[in-house]
Design a protein around this ligand. Structure first.
Ligand code: EPU
Length: 346
């Protein structure tokens, strides 16, 4: 285990923001994480676990000890009538894992193709796209407790997944609370890819592909290709234009609140949820406030998807957050809705 000083973080965050880690340790396996937890000098420091940096806004140099997850490995660990279980190291690139499962005949992750980031970040924010969330394909994960150095395994129920949420985002405020924010480092994730495979085509953009192509029974590879095409058409490639995906969560309102908004804004895009509440498309709300293409300094609102903030070249985290706050204010003033940011702000 080597602790490096003053490490540039620009290559490690998809927004491409310039900042440094005061101290950074690369974690290639459980032993490295354990060594940090047991090191007298390092163990006492606050820690920040860095995965793919694809859901992150850096507002300055990072003072907590940065643990950069570089655990590799990808294998089929079980196959039964229930499905395939695939295990991936937390440092593997998410999209490469999806592509590998499809190429090797273990389908089920295709709707989650092209999501930026690494495997370890996927359960933290329960990534989701086109009608599938990570929790729908999750078996278990291994992690190291950063206070004790102990390895542990969590089931889906123990991860307490919610919409872009999990136990890894929650702080343990009171003794007895089960919150692991900043206290655990995920090393490996296992996915359960159920048999028989069934295409998930319920999302409007995928239904449109079925109608356009006349292919009503696509293969996993075809769904994968459709998802890649849909994402590439409306979301910026972080290797070309820095961004952190959707910047805000889609807000939830009660039926009464929704009826009130529809009375004023009949076109508002909304989806009923199983619990009776209604989810609103944050991108539509921001778009309706006229934000597409607007900027604060070098931070801007993407022209093709108002929910995505982009780095037009040299943006600072401060500019991104000033833009985000201005968007929140205008959406609140017009619709009475408070938008909650999705990325972690450090
Ligand atoms: N819309 C607009 N204007 C915009 C953006 C969107 O009118 O500028 C409308 C769209 O026309 C559509 C609706 O809003 O009717 C929803 O837009 P979209 O289908 O692009 O999906 P989203 O709700 O904005 C969510 C996820 C994405 C995920 C897509 C596809 C969140 C916060 N975002 O976006 O996830 O890829 O659905 O499933 O839940 C991410 O989390 O980083 C992310 C990219």
């Amino acid at each position: 285990m080597i602790a490096e000083s003053n490490v540039p973080l620009q290559p490690y965050n998809s927004f491409g923001i310039v900042a440094k880690a005061h101290t950074l340790v690369r974690v290639a396996g459980e032993a490295d994480a354990r060594a940090v937890a047991l090191d007298p000098a390092l163990s006492a420091q606050p820690k920040f676990v860095l995965g793919g940096g694809s859901n992150l806004v850096l507002t300055g140099d990072v003072k907590p000890l940065v643990l950069k997850v570089e655990v590799r490995g990808l294998r089929l660990v079980d196959e039964s009538a229930r499905g395939w279980v695939v295990e991936a190291g937390a440092g593997e690139t998410w999209h490469d894992v999806v592509a590998w499962t499809i190429a090797n005949g273990y389908p089920g992750l295709e709707n989650l193709a092209l999501i930026p980031g690494t495997v370890g970040g996927a359960p933290v924010q329960n990534i989701g796209a086109y009608g599938v969330e990570l929790q729908d394909r999750f078996e278990s994960l291994d992690a190291v407790h950063l206070d004790t150095g102990e390895c542990f395994t969590l089931s889906a129920a123990q991860c307490a997944f919610g919409y872009r949420d999990s136990v890894f985002k929650r702080e343990a405020v009171r003794p007895g609370d089960f919150g692991l924010a900043g206290r655990a480092l995920i090393t490996r994730v296992r996915f359960l890819l159920p048999k028989p495979w069934k295409a998930e085509l319920g999302y409007a953009d995928l239904e449109r592909r079925v109608l356009e192509t006349g292919i009503t029974r696509p293969t996993p590879q075809q769904v994968f290709d459709w998802v890649c095409a849909i994402r590439s058409a409306k979301l910026p490639d972080p290797r070309v234009i820095g961004n952190a995906g959707s910047f805000f969560k889609n807000p939830t309102v009660t039926p009464d609140q929704c009826a009130d908004i529809i009375a004023r804004e009949p076109k508002v895009v909304h989806y009923p949820m199983l619990d009776g509440n209604i989810k609103l498309a944050a991108g539509w709300l921001i778009d309706a406030c006229g934000w597409k293409g607007k900027s604060v300094g070098q931070a801007g609102v993407y022209e093709k998807q108002a929910l995505v903030l982009v780095n037009r070249g040299g943006a600072t985290g401060g500019e991104v957050m000033t833009l985000a706050k201005a968007i929140q204010t205008s959406v609140y003033e017009r619709f009475g809705i408070r938008l909650e940011p999705e990325p972690v702000v450090v």
